[in-house]
Design a protein around this ligand. Structure first.
Ligand SMILES: [Zn+2]
Length: 117
């Protein structure tokens, strides 16, 4: 997956889970299921569902973090690649103009300032 996709999915999931968990938090009084006399299995199921919601919430944050880290790594790799190609370009230029410092390959005159070599 691309870093952008990690971040996009992470943000979408984060928004959904934030709304979900806030609404659950607001609507549910602690112990209300027990007071209603809900069966133990149902209560355990509800707690399990909340555990999953909280897990997804944490996962969404982790996904955003992974996306950001991947993006940073990609940028660093790009920078290294740019530097490598710059070094390779400089290495092909065998000498430099004594007048202006321009890279010279096999010319008799500097292509930048016209200095005779
Ligand atoms: Zn020159």
């Amino acid at each position: 997956m691309t870093p952008k996709r990690w971040i996009t999915i992470g943000v979408v999931l984060f928004v959904i889970m934030t709304i979900q968990n806030i609404s659950v938090f607001i609507m549910t009084e602690p112990g209300s299921l027990e007071k209603m006399g809900a069966p133990g299995d149902i209560i355990r199921l509800v707690y399990l569902a909340w555990g999953v919601f909280v897990g997804l919430h944490i996962l969404s944050v982790a996904m955003i973090a992974i996306g950001v880290l991947k993006k940073q790594k990609m940028n660093t790799d790009n920078d290294i690649q740019k530097l490598k190609s710059k070094v390779a370009r400089l290495e092909t230029q065998k000498s430099f103009c004594k007048n202006c410092g321009n890279g010279i390959k096999n010319e008799k005159f500097c292509s930048k300032c016209g200095f005779k070599l």
